[in-house]
Design a protein around this ligand. Structure first.
Ligand code: GAR
Length: 373
């Protein structure tokens, strides 16, 4: 990760540059829009086009969007608020510094004038908002760094070694079922993609296959079913919390955990992520969600999300990883992806693709969480 900085006091981003960038986009045959409230379909397009992490970042800022007819072509976000990435904690917190990004151009429009024009329109917008400098994080390739130097007049200002995110973090998993998500994390740890140490599995169903997966991977596991005759709900919840606390986790993963957790759990483990088999809206208060083709469906929260989506007649399913908050299935989304259901596709095939998608979303969310340390 490299942070670049563009000086916005330089004449090139003052006043006229925003209008000039807009003209370049329009002259190339695209519509230009600068908005804090784009339609929800815009965010779903980002998820489909660029992976499931950027939509929530774009949702946190103001967006400049280039489109061709009903087709989105590219976007640049400026001034996203509340992002917790560790690379935003240095220069990113200095007064007068505004954040640039995310920024994406759909593959078929790369090499057109819209990329550089979107970048410059966003930098000019930061200047117009009163920022003196723009922080431009570049995660990954040298090509991107060169792009920001060439088209944004930026210079490299901060460098972060990946090693700082590779210290293994203690995690525990709560699961109730088959445990394919647990398995994907076990595999990710084993092949070095996820720097976690899985310290414990808590399973509330005796005989669940998740327990067997833990046993095979030599992960300590306990079965903690709720015997409703012997224990009140409060007493059971206290036992779950006590078991989790003994493992002293930095991260708690709810991977198909089918028991509603109480407020005291959320308070004890603020670093808890949940995987949910539906495409969740970025505005967690919403009870509808919009897909890339504009289809709007109810939000399928709860324990039967895919079955409910199919019963409703949705042409889409999806997967989301979000933070746990008091309101079940309503915490902020870290990563989400939509899944198009094929015409007449059998449920078992949808489920298989959905599981694979969940594993991808979950890995992305854990990586994002690690980047926030
Ligand atoms: C997954 O589809 C997960 O998203 C879902 O349970 C399944 C567990 O599968 N969780 C929820 O519905 C939470 N509301 P797995 O045991 O194979 O990982």
């Amino acid at each position: 990760v490299v942070n670049l900085v563009a000086d916005l006091r330089a004449g090139e981003f003052a006043g006229a540059e925003l209008a000039a960038a807009r003209e370049r986009i329009e002259a190339a045959g695209f519509a230009f829009e600068r908005t804090a409230h784009p339609p929800e379909r815009f965010y779903a397009w980002i998820d489909e086009q660029f992976g499931g992490t950027w939509s929530s970042e774009a949702f946190a800022g103001v967006n400049i969007i280039a489109s061709e007819g009903d087709t989105y072509a590219g976007f640049a976000t400026f001034d996203p608020r509340g992002l917790e990435y560790s690379w935003l904690r240095g220069l990113g917190r200095s007064p007068g510094v505004g954040i640039f990004g995310p920024f994406g151009v759909a593959p078929q429009f790369r090499g057109s004038p819209i990329g550089p024009a979107l970048l410059r329109a966003a930098l000019a917008s930061l200047a117009a908002s009163g920022y003196e400098r723009a922080l431009i994080p570049a995660v990954g390739r040298q090509k991107l760094i060169d792009y920001y130097i060439r088209h944004g007049g930026a210079v490299v200002a901060e460098r972060f070694e990946r090693e700082q995110w590779r210290r293994p973090r203690r995690a525990i998993v709560l699961a109730s079922g088959n445990g394919t998500n647990l398995q994907s994390v076990i595999d990710g740890v084993r092949d070095g993609r996820l720097p976690l140490k899985i310290a414990l599995l808590i399973c509330n169903k005796r005989g669940a296959y998740a327990l067997e997966r833990a046993r095979r991977a030599e992960i300590p596991a306990i079965a903690l079913p709720w015997d409703r005759k012997a224990l009140s709900r409060d007493a059971y919840d206290a036992a779950v919390i006590a078991a989790a606390q003994r493992a002293d986790p930095e991260l708690v993963l709810l991977l198909g955990w089918m028991h509603l957790l109480p407020e005291s759990f959320v308070a004890a483990f603020p670093q808890t992520l949940n995987i949910h088999p539906a495409f969740l809206p970025l505005d967690q208060r919403s009870d509808t969600v919009t897909f890339p083709d504009g289809e709007v469906t109810p939000v399928f929260r709860g324990a039967r999300a895919l079955a409910d989506a199919l019963a409703w007649g949705s042409r889409w399913a999806g997967a989301s990883a979000h933070r746990l908050t008091l309101d079940a299935d309503r915490g902020p989304v870290l990563v989400r992806k939509p899944l198009r259901i094929g015409e007449g596709e059998p449920e078992n095939e949808i489920l298989e693709r959905l599981h694979a998608l969940e594993h991808e979303v979950l890995t992305g969310a854990i990586c994002r969480w690690l980047f926030e340390r």
